[in-house]
Design a protein around this ligand. Structure first.
Ligand code: URA
Length: 239
């Protein structure tokens, strides 16, 4: 990030309009290295600041890259209609800086969801040309059979899809659960593939995106964390 005055830095981080940020500073809500600051004409390097806003430490970032353990019963839409939205689980400044889900999970699907305010990252991750494998654990209504696994691996035909769609990998985990890896992101793809193979999906969780596994992040349902550069690098397509 380039050097900026404190009010502009706060604005860039999602604390409101420049005027609102100037008011926060004037009200003594902002401190640098533990000292309240009440003027904003000096220029600072944002990433170097030890900043607190309303007593909450805040590390300045040009863009945010977040992973959430999405709970069931939340919609990924920015304007949710039937359930609360995943954005309601984030801090307000992230919403003001236009952080959005990268792709979507169904309201009843749980697990790993990426969120960011970096348009280039969102576009790359969501592009069908960028084949990032996504791993899901599906719970089936009827017992998993070797035929089901074989069918998902060889490909099934979905209505309105011209080509057969096949899993990149698929394995049975126990009587009613299978792990399936897909590198396309069609609408309701896992559930529809199961239906096309004569099964019904009773539950779905996304456990990894690329080589980044949800289990390694230690997030409880509804929790989120920042992803660092090394973690973002694991979201790339397999070489
Ligand atoms: N496939 C589905 O059917 N639903 C999801 O939420 C994700 C993948």
């Amino acid at each position: 990030m380039k050097k900026m005055t404190l009010d502009k830095i706060l604005q860039s981080q999602g604390f409101g309009t420049r005027k609102a940020c100037q008011q926060m500073i004037a009200d003594g809500k902002v401190s640098l290295s533990g000292e309240v600051v009440t003027e904003f004409s000096n220029y600072f390097q944002p990433e170097a600041l030890v900043l607190s806003v309303d007593g909450r430490p805040w590390a300045c970032r040009e863009y945010v890259y977040l992973a959430m353990n999405k709970p069931a019963g939340y919609e990924c839409s920015r304007k949710p209609s039937h359930h609360p939205g995943v954005l309601s689980l984030l801090l307000e400044p992230f919403i003001l800086r236009n952080t959005q889900p990268v792709g979507r999970l169904d309201h009843d699907t749980t697990g790993m969801l990426l969120l960011s305010d970096d348009g280039t990252f969102i576009h790359r991750q969501s592009s069908p040309k960028h084949h990032v494998p996504k791993t899901y654990v599906a719970t089936t209504h009827d017992p998993v059979t070797p035929q089901l696994v074989a069918q998902l691996l060889s490909g099934v035909k979905l209505a309105d899809e011209p080509d057969m769609l096949a899993a990149l990998a698929c394995e049975q985990l126990d009587t009613h659960r299978l792990r399936i890896v897909l590198d396309q992101g069609k609408y309701h793809q896992v559930k529809r593939m199961l239906v096309a193979a004569g099964h019904h999906c009773d539950g779905l969780a996304r456990t990894a995106i690329g080589r980044l596994a949800l289990d390694d992040l230690g997030l409880k349902p509804g929790e989120w964390c920042f992803l660092d550069e090394a973690q973002c690098a694991l979201l790339a397509p397999l070489a």
